[in-house]
Design a protein around this ligand. Structure first.
Ligand code: FAD
Length: 487
């Protein structure tokens, strides 16, 4: 749903410059932000995207008048003083966001808990519910907030040293005795795709405090509008764009990049290249593993994050969804999340009714599959997988919405293969590299690479996954390029 046909047209081939200051590969949110900042600062920028629309995972699609968000459900830090808010203000982008209040709900088999939009209220709620852990709750959040500030300011500090090698599970064990409290505090681990025993404490902190302190928001008109707003700004700043063009190779001379080669054969020169795409593909396919360095060996050892199954339903007005809570529906009853199979259910039309035809509603479901990465690699028949998952997910939904089957008017689904097809992220990796201790903070790939003039932006690099983090990543890379003239 682009605002006008103008914005989906690629720059005509005969109008391309012979050489660009910067070519950005991939119009995911990090690529868009980086390209927009560079164009705003007078650089000649070409943005190349293999899909026909910008946004990567932050896109929407329409079926029979229902406007479904493909992957992203909400965005952290869109307030005036937070990262996305400041970034949009600097770029001159105006956009309406709906703040989510409550921020989330955690539904466990035996109880549920509402996460308020205000962090102080959440702390009080936890202290009232777990009175014997009152001081520990306070101390835990003191450290968590300090850690958040240090990571976003990119400071080397004692608090980072204290937690950089710790899993979130280890951090929780150091503060709390009560298993239920640990389970509640881990209840949003799906947002980074790793259960607490494996998830990095820094990774959980960046995600949770971002949502709890800086707020979670839904962009008016859906997530495609968020991407479109940045895309439109980039074009207003004079940026050039090629949609539905895939970059096949990054051209280099020795250790210095020189431009790109498209799949259909055309070569385009540039002084600097920014890769917003899968990092393994960047170095092993587009650069054909041309440097033999510890950097490449490191990438060989790194592990992709999980992927998901998604169900998109368009339902009639008569289905009563007023009591259905937006949030994580967990099957686990213990803090190790041994069962680990959760669903995230939301009804975006409760926030933004215009996403559906008059009086209709959208139900959106994200399903985590335990050991998914291993399972996906062994799936040959994706069509059957999709059918089976659609059926089992609707059956699971029936538990919370008894009459749902009678009211479904539109039904679509996406598997990891679908996510991979539209974004080329390997196995539909939702968050780039897995957010484990040895793949976050200093251990995540840096923006600057061993190739001169080649930079990385997006969830395969720092600070990590999620829209707010990749906005910061794209902005940082633009600053690096402008400060040092691309060297
Ligand atoms: C199901 C799901 C739900 C999620 N929910 C949320 C959420 O609610 N909130 C949140 O903050 N985050 C969420 N995330 C995570 C978030 O979407 C990602 O971390 C973020 O969007 C990644 O952005 P990116 O800029 O790194 O790149 P991507 O979105 O991965 O985009 C990369 C772009 O590069 C293009 N590309 C790839 N290869 C080439 C090539 N060779 N040539 C040209 N173009 C190429 C792709 O087509 C794509 O457009 C979710 C992810 C998934 C999968």
């Amino acid at each position: 749903m682009l605002p006008s046909k103008t914005y989906i047209q690629s720059t005509k081939l005969d109008r391309l410059y012979p050489c660009y200051d910067v070519i950005v590969i991939g119009a995911g949110i990090a690529g868009l932000i980086c390209a927009a900042f560079l164009a705003k600062n007078g650089k000649k920028v070409l943005l190349i995207e293999q899909h026909s629309i910008p946004g990567g995972y932050c896109t929407s699609f329409k079926r029979k008048g229902f406007n479904f968000d493909a992957a992203v459900h909400h965005i952290g830090g869109c307030g005036k003083w937070s990262i996305v808010g400041r970034c949009f203000k600097t770029l001159g982008i105006e956009m309406n966001f709906y703040p989510l209040d409550p921020m989330d709900n955690l539904i466990f088999p035996k109880f549920s808990i509402e996460i308020p939009a205000n962090l102080e209220d959440y702390i009080t709620r936890l202290q009232e519910r777990y009175q014997s852990e009152k001081d520990s709750v306070k101390n835990f959040f003191n450290d968590f907030i300090k850690l958040y500030r240090a990571t976003f300011n990119n400071e080397k500090s004692q608090i980072i040293d204290k937690y950089k090698d710790k899993t979130f599970g280890e951090m929780l064990n150091a503060f709390f005795k009560n298993d239920e409290l640990k389970m509640v505090l881990s209840g949003q681990w799906g947002y980074i795709g790793l259960p607490p025993a494996k998830a990095s404490a820094i990774g959980m902190c960046q995600m949770m405090i971002n949502y709890l302190k800086d707020g979670a928001f839904f962009p008016s008109g859906g997530t495609q509008e968020f991407a479109n707003a940045i895309f439109k700004k980039f074009i207003d700043f004079g940026g050039h764009v090629m949609l539905s063009f895939k970059v096949k190779k990054i051209l280099s001379s020795g250790n210095t990049v020189k431009g790109v080669k498209l799949e259909e054969g055309k070569e385009i020169a540039s002084d600097v290249v920014v890769s917003n795409i899968d990092a393994r593909q960047t170095f092993f396919e587009l650069l054909e593993g041309r440097i033999d360095s510890p950097f490449l060996r490191k990438i060989e050892r790194m592990k992709e994050s999980c992927s998901f199954f998604l169900l998109y339903l368009g339902v009639g007005a008569e289905l009563d969804l007023s009591e259905l809570k937006r949030g994580f529906y967990h099957t686990s009853n213990d803090s190790s999340y041994a069962a680990g199979e959760w669903m995230y259910i939301s009804v975006p039309t409760k926030i933004c009714p215009s996403l559906a035809p008059a009086n209709k509603q959208i139900i959106s479901v994200v399903v985590y599959i335990k050991d998914g990465t291993y399972k996906y690699k062994n799936i040959n028949d994706w069509k059957s997988f999709k059918q089976d998952m659609t059926l089992s997910t609707i059956n699971r939904l029936e538990h919370y919405i008894p009459d749902i089957k009678k009211h479904i008017e539109v039904k679509e689904a996406a598997t990891p293969k679908t996510l991979e097809r539209y974004t080329l992220n390997t196995n539909g990796a939702a968050y780039g590299w897995e957010v484990s201790v040895n793949q976050i903070w200093d251990n995540r790939l840096p923006h600057k690479t061993p190739f001169d003039n080649l930079y990385l932006a997006g969830h395969w690099t720092r600070p990590g996954p999620g829209i707010c983090a990749v906005v910061s990543s794209g902005w940082n890379v633009a600053n690096l390029i402008m400060k040092i003239g691309g060297n």
